[in-house]
Design a protein around this ligand. Structure first.
Ligand code: FES
Ligand code: FES
Length: 695
């Protein structure tokens, strides 16, 4: 092999290879960009997440922390090197059998860490397996299935082989392997950052370094002309349609690119488009932008002050939305109570921390745009992008890539309008991948809450009244703040029968990143308060906490706080009853340990929680399409986005049973807005329930 003097030679998956990337290039980048081995993922580029784990001379390393020069003459194995001749290795097959890959973004790193372990220790214990995998983060699985897969592959624990066959008419309920599972194990799955056409330009966003203030942009033309690799610098003035987005049909308040005013640190201000090297070489501080910082409105208390500055100047106050649910007469309920408990609680921002940062690319084809992106909501992306560009919805096609975790954070648009605007304007493909700091600075968060609540019950432990108020920090823009304000009062009293309820909420605008959708839309925050009050009341009544909850659990035929009668089913009491043996055992064990003294004490707790599947206070439609070819091929056109929770398997299972055919007979076309109907967004646990019924 004739290898140029500047190349770095090494062995990759058994093949001698010459890398021409500069010696200081991160090995992860060289593997992905130069060799096309995109099975190695990049989640943080900082040695924290382990998604980039490969074997270097047989030992697991974070390839984002290894320079190409450090790999010279050494042996690198990536996930693409695990299987042979198109077949899964035993380890990969065990991952598939155990459902150890959900979204799959961490899976290559997990597999490499596991391979390292098994090569050193063929019969690991559970503790050794957990320890060996500890450098790779997974946001989906909870790790248990991954550890079980490793132990199964090693043979260090016997597992009953699951019955993965599905019989005709009984695909639902069968424990089949994920239909899209294999490509998550081989590195073949294509996530948002894994592909763009070779001629794609790179887009990078300049973000506000201040939480609140004004800015002026200088002479961009001169700046760009002095840098030949830069093709365009896009500002709010370049947006061809409406520079406002938001998740509701009305009230769109968030600019794609800020226009003279910034309202949170990390807000997008300017998009630089060019070749990857030129864009990467730019430093934020070199760009001709002058910032004028103002005192930010930080937190709920500041937003509530009578003299608080307005986060959005056109509003009368910093109130974004209020919610209220009243049932009965709460004062009468407290008058009926023998015991009352009350308290205040505060919760913080929470980052979704999906391992895959926001990423995608777009290209213009004639008078249409095609956007390939990691998303939870293809049709919302399509409609938002069309509005922003000022073109028809039918001119935009969203082709979802695999989604490496979302948890609510990929419901709002991110890179979509930016790459779309650039590709539309320049007529060339444009790609963008957020860095981890950029993702964390700009994406939505769980709403911080300030809650006060009280609850009352009779001496024999029957709840009589519940009163709740929650203030929520919704950040600088609406995102899903109105949904949180709506949903919390509906659910704040918890899944219990209470005759008198008064629940109110308020979403406050502040100079923080927008708070948005995150598992439960505010209900988990309210459950903390509600369940703490129940423990307090159980103690006052002298009742066991589980018995207290069972006594008050909502059952079939009961009415919720909002007046809904649960006509079909309510499984909470069954859940509590099923817990009883474990509860008794764990409580006894904790009491025994605590009696023994020493510095540590053990506690055992129980809590109930509920929230509605699907949209709150909005319609909840989903449409699925099935087709059959002349040859008899059945195809499901499945718009329910799979971000690891399983619609690529679940919907074909449901379709197979509906048609009375084996699930293997169903071809699944996922997500593409040109080919599938609108199945709504993947959020609030709605896809199996709502789109499943549509199927
Ligand atoms: S540790 Fe390398 S990408 Fe996160
Ligand atoms: S399967 Fe591990 S992060 Fe999604």
């Amino acid at each position: 092999m004739n290898i140029a003097a500047t190349a770095t030679t090494l062995t990759v998956n058994g093949e001698e290879t010459a890398l021409r990337s500069p010696p200081a290039t991160r090995l992860a980048d060289a593997l992905r960009s130069e060799l096309g081995l995109t099975g190695t993922k990049v989640g943080c580029d900082a040695g924290d997440c382990g998604a980039c784990t490969v074997l270097l001379d047989g030992e697991q390393v974070c390839s984002c922390m290894v320079a190409v020069a450090q790999a010279a003459g050494r042996d690198v194995t990536t996930v693409e090197g695990l299987g042979r001749d198109g077949a899964l290795s035993d380890l990969q097959a065990a991952f598939l059998r155990h459902g150890a890959a959900q979204c799959g973004i961490c899976t290559p790193g997990m597999l490499m860490a596991a391979r390292d372990l098994l090569d050193r220790n063929p019969l690991p214990t559970e503790e050794q397996a957990a320890d060996a995998l500890g450098g790779v983060l997974c946001r989906c699985t909870g790790y248990r299935k991954i550890v079980e897969a490793v132990l199964d592959a090693a043979g260090s624990r016997d597992f009953e082989a699951p019955d993965t066959e599905s019989k005709v008419g009984a695909a639902v309920g069968a424990r089949i392997e994920r239909l899209d599972g294999a490509q998550k194990l081989t590195g073949d799955e294509v996530f948002g950052a894994d592909f763009a056409p070779p001629d794609a330009l790179t887009l990078r966003v300049l973000r506000s370094p201040i939480a609140r203030g004004r800015f002026e942009i200088g002479d961009l033309d001169s700046f760009r002309q002095a840098r030949p690799g830069i093709a365009a610098m896009l500002t709010a003035a370049d947006i061809t349609g409406s520079n406002a987005f938001g998740v509701y049909p009305v009230g769109k308040d968030q600019p794609v690119l800020a226009d003279r005013i910034v309202r949170y640190r990390g807000e997008a201000v300017l998009a630089v488009v060019g070749n990857a090297g030129a864009v990467a070489a730019l430093r934020d501080e070199d760009l001709p932008v002058v910032w004028h910082e103002e005192a930010p409105v930080t937190g709920i208390d500041a937003a509530r002050e009578a003299e608080a500055a307005l986060v959005q100047g056109h509003r009368d106050s910093n109130v974004l939305a209020r919610g209220r649910v009243v049932k009965g007469d709460v004062e009468r309920g407290f008058a009926d109570a023998d015991f009352v408990a009350e308290g205040t609680w505060r919760t913080s921002f929470v980052e979704h921390a999906y391992i895959e940062p926001e990423a995608g690319w777009a290209r213009r084809i004639g008078d249409r745009l095609e956007i390939h992106v990691s998303t939870q909501s293809p049709y919302m992306d399509r409609d938002e992008t069309a509005l922003i560009l000022g073109i028809g919805e039918e001119q935009v096609r969203i082709v979802p890539t695999a989604c490496g975790g979302g948890f609510g954070g990929k419901l709002d648009i991110s890179v979509q309008p930016l790459v779309a605007l650039a590709a539309w304007t320049l007529g060339v493909p444009v790609r963008c991948t957020y860095t981890r700091p950029e993702s964390m600075a700009s994406s939505t968060k769980r709403h911080p809450a300030a809650i006060r609540a009280r609850a009352g019950c009779t001496a024999d432990g029957r709840l009589t009244a519940f009163e709740f108020h929650g203030d929520f920090d919704t950040g600088a823009y609406a995102s899903w703040g109105p949904t949180v304000a709506d949903r919390v009062p509906v659910h704040a009293a918890g899944p219990y029968v209470i005759p008198h309820v008064k629940n109110t909420s308020c979403a406050w605008l502040t100079n923080a990143p927008p708070s948005g959708a995150f598992r439960g839309f505010g209900v988990p925050q309210s459950a903390i308060a509600n369940e703490a009050l129940l423990d307090d009341l159980a103690g006052q009544c002298g009742l066991d906490p589980l018995a207290f909850r069972l006594k008050n659990a909502i059952r079939k035929g009961d009415e919720t706080s909002s007046g809904q009668v649960l006509e079909h089913s309510a499984g909470l009491a069954d859940c509590f009853e099923a817990l009883q043996p474990d509860w008794d055992r764990e409580r006894a064990e904790a009491a025994r340990i605590n009696r023994a003294g020493g510095p540590l004490r053990r506690g055992v707790g129980v809590a109930g929680m509920w929230y509605g599947c699907g949209n709150t206070s909005m319609s909840n439609p989903s449409t699925m399409k099935l087709g059959i070819s002349a040859e008899g091929q059945v195809t499901l056109y499945n718009g329910a986005m799979d971000m690891g929770q399983g619609p690529n398997t679940i919907m074909p299972q449901i379709a197979a049973d509906a048609l009375g055919v084996p699930v293997e007979r169903i071809a699944n076309i996922a997500g593409d807005t040109d080919r599938t109907a609108d199945a709504g967004k993947s959020s609030a646990s709605r896809q199996t329930f709502v789109s499943g019924r549509a199927t």
